[in-house]
Design a protein around this ligand. Structure first.
Ligand SMILES: Nc1ncnc2c1ncn2[C@@H]1O[C@H](COP(=O)(O)OP(=O)(O)O)[C@@H](O)[C@H]1O
Ligand SMILES: [Mg+2]
Length: 342
């Protein structure tokens, strides 16, 4: 194989856009990746990028970069019309006698998105930790400043301090779970599990809590259900989080039902409540970290805002699906599926 053939193959298969322009901005070459992703249905070769501006927005942005910068540059440029980000690198090509330019175009939207999520996450964690900590400090200081004599007050303040400390430790617990899930140092077990049995034993633990709130908690099995492939500890976290939410967001006198069934080669679990429901506008974001319909209420109830993020992470990690259906003030049903063990 000669070198030209090899180089041709590399450019053809490259998962980055490559353009070659002459000094006037006429396109001498566009690789298949560029054509396919940024300029379908438009012939580029022989045309000037200025003239193609309106039809291929990315070319307009590239033209702007070239006008602004010297011929060799690395620059991040933003295409606003389709919310995508690109890194553009241009290299002068003089060996041909003319001064042509190679432009490499890399879509970095995904990296940008991840970066933004990380920043957001750190800001959120700091905020979530600062709020209870400020309360703890405030109450402790009040007590130290002479609030110790009144025993009733002392007790009340200590109770508040304890509540905030509990919230902080829950938050840290959930953060550790998430970080372990993400680091993949601890891989998901794939052992056969009788999910109905597992749920039944977990609901036992919730029975008293539900009773105290005047909520009827029951579990049903529709037909026979095979064992699932899963990780016992992680599945427990999924079920605990969903049950905890269902009970927490259902007012007195309500019902929480867990239904397990085998359908379309999947084991499906529904956690159904007759609670406050979720407004349609919040539905798409409900599984995001720290996203809560009512922040103050969730905090008051001891929530961390991470429960559903953990649920989603685990279910997807086990190659299942997870979703919610809800009607405000009627109730919600959180469902997830798992693969049967064979
Ligand atoms: N069963 C439910 N009924 C109504 N709203 C719910 C239910 N489960 C979750 N939510 C909403 O989703 C948000 C996120 O849930 P989650 O991640 O478990 O956080 P937390 O329970 O700590 O607030 C909750 O704050 C609540 O607004
Ligand atoms: Mg929760």
């Amino acid at each position: 194989m000669d070198e030209v053939t090899i180089l041709k193959a590399i450019v053809r298969e490259m998962q980055k856009g490559v353009l070659v322009l002459n000094q006037q901005g006429t396109i001498l070459y566009a690789n298949p990746f560029f054509m396919k992703n940024y300029s379908p249905r438009t012939e580029l070769r022989g045309q000037n990028i200025e003239e193609l501006k309106d039809r291929v927005p990315l070319l307009g942005a590239i033209a702007d970069v070239l006008k602004r910068s010297s011929e060799v540059s690395t620059e991040n440029l933003e295409i606003s019309d389709r919310d995508r980000f690109f890194k553009i690198r241009t290299v002068g090509l003089r060996d041909t006698g003319e001064s042509n330019l190679i432009v490499f175009i890399e879509d970095i939207t995904e990296e940008k998105r991840v970066e933004a999520i990380k920043k957001d996450f750190v800001a959120n964690v700091s905020h979530e930790l600062r709020t209870p900590l400020a309360s703890i400090k405030g109450y402790a200081e009040t007590l130290l400043d002479g609030g110790l004599e009144d025993r009733e007050k002392l007790k009340e303040f200590l109770r508040i301090i304890d509540k905030h400390a509990t919230r902080m430790s829950r938050l840290i617990e959930d953060l550790l779970i998430l970080s372990r899930l993400e680091s993949q140092d601890v891989p998901m077990e794939q052992e056969p599990i009788d999910i109905y049995k597992l749920i039944a034993s977990i609901t036992e633990g919730f029975k008293k809590h539900a009773q105290d709130k005047g909520i009827t908690l029951s579990i049903h099995k529709n037909g026979t259900v095979p064992e699932v492939l899963g990780d016992r500890v992680r599945l427990e976290q999924v079920i605990v989080n969903l049950l905890d939410n269902a009970i927490k967001y259902t007012p007195q006198g309500g019902k929480v039902d867990v239904i397990v069934r085998y359908e379309n080669d999947e084991v499906r679990v529904d956690v159904k409540d007759t609670g406050i429901g979720i407004p349609p506008e919040d539905m798409p974001r409900i599984f995001e970290r720290f996203y809560r319909v009512d922040k103050a209420r969730s905090r008051e109830l001891g929530g961390t805002g991470l429960g559903l993020a953990i649920v989603k992470h685990i279910v997807l990690g086990l190659k299942g699906r997870v979703w919610v259906e809800s009607t405000p003030s009627k109730g919600s049903t959180f469902s997830f599926t798992l693969k049967p063990a064979r």
